[in-house]
Ligand binder design. Structure first.
Ligand SMILES: *Cc1c(COP(=O)(O)O)cnc(C)c1O
Length: 403
C-alpha cells in the first residue's frame, strides 16, 4: 500500500483509451466509446478478484458504505453496530441515512469484539458492520453467528484489507454486503473510487440503481429509463475506473511485495520479547498492507512513535493520538457538530457518547503501533528500516523495564 507508488505504462494505457474516445461517463454514449467500458470491465474483474456474483463501482469508499447500507434497507432510526477503531467514514455513512451508529469495543484483532457486539444489540439494531482494519479481519464466524441468531444484516468494510482472506474467501466478500475504497492511499487506487460487493441480487440491483439517481439501467436510452425508487449520484467516472482496471490486475504482485516487506520487518521485531503482534483469527491471512504490534504500555508506545518519526521511520501510526481513526479524538461526533439539523432520533440515539467509556479499546489502541508496508521499498531499504525499528523498540522497552 499504496498502489500509486508503482504507477506505470498499464495505468497510462487504460486512461489513454478513455481520452482517445472522450467518453468520461460510465453509462450511455455507446457509439462514441468504441467498445471501451472501463467501469463495467473493472466490475467484472472485481467479481473474479472477490469470487462474488456482483460488484457495483461507486465514487468512493465512503459512498460504498453509504450505498451498501441503503441497499440493505438501513435508514431512519435503525441502529448499526460499528467499532470504536475505524475511519470516520463508518459513522458518516450511517448518519447520512438517518441511522444511529452504536460504537462498541474492539479486541486484540483490532476489529469488533463479538462479545461487545452481542451486548449492544437492542430491538432497534438492524445491522452489524465489521471494519477489517489495517489489512486484517474480525472473527468472521463468531460475528456471522451473532448476526444469524438475531436476524441482522452483516456488512463488511474491507477498504483497508483488499487481498486478505478468511478461510480461503477474500475479505469483503464474506458478509452479506462488502465495501472497498480505491482512494489515493489504498493498496489499489484509482484516485477516488469504491466498490460494493455482494452475492445478493436484490442488494446489487439496489446499489446499481441507488448510486445513479434510481435509474433502472434497462435498455440503451438513458433518458427513457424509469426510476423505481429515489437515488443519488455516487457514480465513478471512466477515467478513475481506467486506472483501477490497470491496478487491480496487479493486485497479486502488490500483495506479494507487501508480504515480503512485512515479513522482514516482523521477523526483526519478533526478536524483542516485549513486542506482541495483533491477533489474526484462525483461518485468516492478512493482506500485509500494515504491520500492527502492541508495546507494553502507552508510555512506551508514545516514546517509540516519537523516536520512529525522529529517525525517519515514516508511516507508522499511533492511532491513540491520531484524529481520524479512533473515538478518543472524535469530538465533532460526540458534540454533534453538524452544518444542518440532525433528527431528534439520532440526537437521542447518540447521547450515550457523551459519557460512555471504552477501556477495552483504549487498552489496545494505546499500546498499538500500525506501520504501513510500502510497495516501492528496495530490499536494502526494508532491512535497514527493520533494524532501525528493532533498535528503537528494544531500547524503549529496556529503559522502562529497568525503572
Ligand atoms: C479509506 C476508508 C474508507 C473510505 O474510503 P474513501 O474512498 O476515502 O471515501 C472507509 N472505511 C475505511 C476502513 C477506510 O480505510
Amino acid at each position: 500500500m499504496p498502489g500509486f507508488e508503482l504507477f506505470g505504462d498499464s495505468e497510462r494505457k487504460e486512461v489513454n483509451d478513455v481520452l482517445d474516445n472522450g467518453v468520461l461517463m460510465r453509462y450511455g454514449f455507446d457509439g462514441m466509446r468504441k467498445g471501451h467500458w472501463k467501469a463495467k470491465e473493472l466490475e467484472s474483474e472485481l467479481c473474479k478478484t472477490f469470487n462474488s456474483e456482483y460488484v457495483q463501482l461507486v465514487s468512493s469508499g465512503t459512498a460504498a458504505v453509504t450505498v451498501a447500507l441503503a441497499s440493505a434497507g438501513v435508514g431512519a432510526g435503525d441502529e448499526v453496530i460499528m467499532p470504536t477503531f475505524t475511519f470516520v467514514a463508518s459513522f458518516e455513512a450511517i448518519m447520512m441515512l438517518g441511522a444511529i451508529p452504536v460504537l462498541v469495543d474492539i479486541d486484540d484483532t483490532l476489529t469488533l469484539d463479538p462479545k461487545a457486539v452481542e451486548a449492544a444489540i437492542t430491538s432497534k439494531t438492524k445491522a452489524i458492520m465489521v471494519v477489517q482494519m489495517c489489512g486484517s479481519m474480525g472473527d468472521m464466524d463468531a460475528l456471522r453467528a451473532v448476526c444469524d441468531s438475531h436476524d441482522l444484516i452483516f456488512i463488511e468494510d474491507a477498504c483497508q484489507a483488499i487481498g486478505g482472506t478468511y478461510k480461503g474467501q477474500p475479505l469483503g466478500s464474506i458478509a452479506d454486503i462488502g465495501c472497498f475504497s480505491f482512494d489515493f492511499v489504498k493498496t489499489i487506487t484509482c484516485g477516488e473510487g469504491g466498490a460494493v460487493v455482494t452475492n445478493n441480487k436484490d442488494y446489487y440491483l439496489n446499489a446499481d440503481h441507488y448510486s445513479d439517481h434510481g435509474h433502472d439501467h434497462v435498455g440503451n436510452d438513458r433518458g427513457a429509463e424509469t426510476h423505481p425508487f429515489l437515488g443519488y449520484n455516487f457514480r465513478i467516472s471512466e477515467l478513475n475506473a481506467a486506472v483501477g482496471l490497470a491496478q487491480v490486475r496487479r493486485l497479486p504482485e502488490f500483495i506479494q511485495i507487501q508480504k515480503k516487506n512485512y515479513t522482514i520487518i516482523r521477523e526483526a521485531l519478533s526478536q524483542i520479547p516485549e513486542v506482541e503482534f495483533r491477533r489474526v483469527p484462525e483461518g485468516g491471512e492478512e493482506s500485509y498492507a500494515f504491520l500492527n504490534f502492541f508495546l507494553p504500555n502507552l508510555g512506551i508506545a508514545r516514546k517509540v512513535s516519537e523516536a520512529f518519526k525522529a529517525n525517519g521511520i515514516d508511516a507508522c501510526f499511533h492511532y491513540y493520538d491520531n484524529n481520524w481513526h479512533y473515538i478518543r479524538k472524535w469530538d465533532h461526533l460526540k458534540d454533534l457538530k453538524s452544518l444542518f439539523p440532525i433528527s431528534s432520533e439520532v440526537r437521542e440515539g447518540l447521547k450515550y457518547l457523551k459519557t460512555k467509556t471504552y477501556s477495552q479499546s483504549d487498552a489496545y489502541i494505546a499500546r498499538n503501533l500500525s506501520c504501513l508496508i510500502k510497495l516501492s521499498w528496495s530490499e536494502d531499504e526494508v532491512r535497514d528500516r527493520a533494524n532501525a525499528m528493532a533498535n528503537i523498540v528494544s531500547e524503549a522497552c529496556s529503559v522502562i523495564s529497568q525503572d
